[in-house]
Write a protein that binds this ligand. Sequence first.
Ligand SMILES: Cc1cc2nc3c(=O)[nH]c(=O)nc-3n(C[C@H](O)[C@H](O)[C@H](O)COP(=O)(O)OP(=O)(O)OC[C@H]3O[C@@H](n4cnc5c(N)ncnc54)[C@H](O)[C@@H]3O)c2cc1C
Length: 261
Amino acid sequence: MDITVLVKQVPNTAEIRIDPVKNTLIRDGVPSIINPDDKAGLEEALKLKDQFGATITVVSMGPPQAQLALREALAMGADRAILVSDRKFGGADTLATSTTLVAALKQLKSDLIIAGRQAIDGDTAQVGPQVAEMLDIPQVSYVQKLHYDGKQTLQIQRLVEDGYYELEVDFPCLITVLAEANKPRYMHIHNLVDVFSREIEIWDFERIKPDVNQIGLTGSPTKVKKSYTKGVKQSGKIVEAANAEEAAEAIVTKLQELFMI
Ligand SMILES: Cc1cc2nc3c(=O)[nH]c(=O)nc-3n(C[C@H](O)[C@H](O)[C@H](O)COP(=O)(O)OP(=O)(O)OC[C@H]3O[C@@H](n4cnc5c(N)ncnc54)[C@H](O)[C@@H]3O)c2cc1C
């Protein structure tokens, strides 16, 4: 089985800095990690590889520093890493990001594409479904559990608000995985030793040749008109409590006051 995992490098914090002039994310100087949902997705791929054998390719679109996330994925057990990177791809909204990723994905054979449900910085949860639509393959989002018996279909538990669906999907398909689906394994000590000598393939504009009008800032229909952080409306109040019971009582009293329960 050929599995492709979409991996996004994200800032290791919920606090994203925004360029006040360009209204785009500033990545420089912010410590980065693999997006947690993607790590759970990679773990899903690694479990399938352990059980049935598979070739796992991790693909990320981003600046050169995203190579670090891909190296971590290699150290966890991925076989091949591709960084889709070119200045022409910069300033992309989710649609242009998906268009660019799809141009790369079309050059790969994937029985299964795994994306995270959502990135912790952009938070749109759009890229996985957009990629599936553009590739015209079935998709299942919000995957919390997956079962494969080595045959033609995947059995999937898809989380919904008040329960879950049990679904069956044929290959090739795309799934978006929740962080809670898996506890990702640590990087393998054996892989760690040689991970910095492993090749990360850099796929630039010429390599994947997407439609130049549909990528980067030009190809992004979303325009950020203004970005700002929420101002503080009022100062907080500290309530001293001697123990948990007192603290709970203080919270209940406050809620009753506020909502006249
Ligand atoms: C107008 C505009 C301009 C922007 N300009 C920039 C910019 O200049 N620089 C910048 O860094 N961002 C920019 N962004 C943000 C960028 O569009 C998003 O980071 C990107 O589209 C992914 O969206 P998301 O974070 O909401 O991912 P989601 O849709 O929440 O991600 C879901 C899953 O899709 C996959 N995925 C998402 N993004 C990638 C990726 N890049 N590579 C591999 N897999 C991925 C992952 O598996 C992830 O878990 C801009 C956004 C807008 C609206």
